[in-house]
Design a binder for this molecule. Sequence first.
Ligand code: SAM
Length: 233
Amino acid sequence: MFSRSAHIYDAIYASIRAYPREAADLDALVQSKRPGARTLLDVACGTGAHLEHLAGRYEVEGLDLDAEMLAIARDRLPDVEFHEGDMADFDLGKRFDAVVCMFSSIGYVKTEARLRSAAQAFARHLEPGGVLVVEPWLEPDAWRDRHVGAVFVDQPELKIARMNVAERRDDVSLVDFHYLVGTPEGIDEFTEPHELGLFTVEQHLEAFRAAGLEVEHDPEGPMGRGLYVATHQ
Ligand SMILES: C[S@@+](CC[C@H](N)C(=O)[O-])C[C@H]1O[C@@H](n2cnc3c(N)ncnc32)[C@H](O)[C@@H]1O
């Protein structure tokens, strides 16, 4: 997944995601659903970019599958506990006031069975009355097959060009990122395959409800992909 590109993840996404504002919005949303919430788990936390801005407001922990992403998160937040694990099958043996899973990471579960299993794992980690916030990947109807995507970073000693052509196999989107990364050490060229499930709103809602959660869907969310906000009864 992101193992080869973990070291440039923040350089690429700092211009795409407004992490400080998103963290403030998450805080406001969590507090509106669970006033006084104190503990928060970020599932698929990546490099800890949201947690950096939530750590002052909550006792936070993070979980991710990718050891390289976690190494960056641990450097960024040395006092925070991070766990390596699969969002569809993890058990930290504790519960949180809030569990969040941002930036379409849920799509990496790929199958509906694993989506349901992830929803169960999220619910297992919520205190009674706790709140779950999940930002989904694209719905099947929103997928633009053969769309060409590109991102460019132009810093004095770091140049990145990343391109992909969107493909699809049934309800799995195939995103092969092609990277050219220039630093004073030279030009590195590599490809990274990503496969994400394309789930409908109904599939998400059913997965959260089957996990015993009461769920609302905001079709917009932080970047137009929507947002699920669920509470544990
Ligand atoms: C697009 S990044 C989002 C990272 C971070 N939440 C953010 O907003 O920048 C997707 C993250 O999901 C993680 N991931 C993918 N599959 C996962 C799984 N099955 N369990 C936990 N994390 C996973 C990847 O390692 C990566 O860090």
